[in-house]
Design a protein around this ligand. Structure first.
Ligand code: BGC
Length: 394
């Protein structure tokens, strides 16, 4: 394909354009028209632009992947975040279905992990404590007394190094987390590859290796709203979760260790059900999560790709299917969004339940729960995980 032969030339062009268009370096992270250099018109499926500079003077780039059908995904090197994902509705109208912001400074400010890659440990670890071979480790307690999503400077807040493979349908992001970073043992080399396929699916493939025994649980934290209209909530989306059991939590959202049947509870999504149908019902678990904020135990526990969940918006016809190699999925209905964060592209704010996350992962607090599948990574082993988000219309 023509995109292959142009890659080397355009990588050179990128470097040249960036040398001309470096940011102000004054700590301000806003992008301006002049700062943006895009080669979109010359490369068919991949382009890159300057997205701004963090307060620490680190440059952030935004990559855009496009396929023949016109699906478009934008990813920034700050946190490996998906900032925009445009897919067609039943009338072939393309709209963004991922909650995001307009500028880097908003991404670097306080907010709940919009679009981000999460690591070293997606989800919660009780009191931020775990031990390996008798040695106890203490992680940052950044969620009450627990550790959440890798600590206060997790993989969502680091700058990833981007590489573009020769077929230009993928973006490869690399990050090395140092031994002791956020309290975790071992130098961990992480590679995340985003691949946009011609069938309107986006693969997120994770690999990691450590030089010491450690724990790893990587995931992606995009908030979806398939209506394409972020003024609407996601309560009318019809969701399926391929799980007969879920993990009940305590008042700090740590799993109790029980695997509870979903049958006869509001947690039963084995058949398509509107998110809003039972979210407000009297249920101790729903009250603890302020809605759905739980990990489901997927029926297929194999490491082969298996169907995990789907979401359908009847109004737009957009349909999202999630498959994964992971044993669990955290279904989070944006319960803590509180109308304070600005919506992208203009006025208004993100209201409660204006987006949902489907975070494929190992179970929360696994290092402290012997019965849960292991998250331990030994030196010499390779951590491999893959999730596919496939979009279509019904
Ligand atoms: C967690 C929520 C949390 C959200 C944002 C989700 O993965 O399950 O409890 O509020 O991330 O931090």
């Amino acid at each position: 394909m023509k995109k292959i032969k142009h890659t080397v030339y355009f990588l050179c062009l990128f470097s040249f354009l960036f040398s001309l268009t470096n940011c102000k370096g004054d700590g301000k992270s806003e992008k301006t028209e002049e700062e943006i250099s895009t080669t979109k018109s010359e490369i068919d499926f991949l382009s890159k632009e300057n997205y701004g500079t963090t307060a620490n003077g680190e440059k952030v780039e935004q990559y855009t992947l496009t396929n023949e059908a016109g699906m478009e995904v934008k990813i920034i090197t700050y946190g490996g975040r998906i900032t925009s994902l445009k897919v067609p509705d039943k009338n072939d109208e393309f709209e963004d279905v991922i909650l995001g912001f307009d500028s880097l400074s908003q991404y670097t400010s306080e907010h709940p992990y919009f679009g981000a890659l999460i690591g070293r440990y997606g989800n919660r670890i009780s009191e931020g404590k775990f031990s390996l071979d008798g040695e106890q480790y203490q992680l940052p307690q950044n969620d009450g007394k627990n550790s959440l999503h890798g600590g206060d400077q997790g993989f969502d807040k680091v700058i990833w190094t981007a590489e573009v493979p020769s077929d230009s349908t993928s973006l490869i992001l690399k990050y090395t987390s140092k031994d002791g970073e956020m309290g975790y043992p071992g130098n961990l080399d992480v590679t995340v590859t985003y691949t946009l396929n011609e069938d309107n699916s986006l693969d997120v493939a994770y690999e990691a290796e450590s030089d010491k025994k450690t724990i790893v649980n990587l995931t992606q934290h995009s908030y979806f709203n398939l209506t394409g209209n972020f003024e609407e909530t996601i309560l009318d989306h019809e969701v399926v979760i391929n799980a007969d059991e879920f993990l009940p939590v305590d008042e700090t959202l740590i799993p109790t260790g029980e695997l509870r049947k979903v049958e006869g509870t509001p947690f039963d999504f084995t058949e398509a059900k509107k998110v809003g149908k039972e979210i407000e019902t009297e249920n101790e678990q729903l009250q603890l999560g302020k809605g759905y904020d739980h990990c489901w135990v997927l029926n297929d526990q194999s490491e082969n790709m298996h169907f995990a969940a789907s979401a359908y918006d009847p109004e737009s016809g957009r349909f999202l299917e999630v498959s994964t190699t992971e044993p669990g999925i955290q279904f989070y209905t944006g319960n803590f969004l509180d109308g304070t964060l600005p919506r992208q592209g203009g006025e208004g704010t993100y209201a409660q339940r204006s987006g949902f996350c489907l975070e494929t992962q190992h179970y929360p607090d696994s290092p402290n729960q012997e019965k849960f599948p292991s998250v331990v990574l030994n030196p010499g082993e390779k951590y491999n995980s893959k999730t596919t988000f496939k979009f279509s219309v019904k």
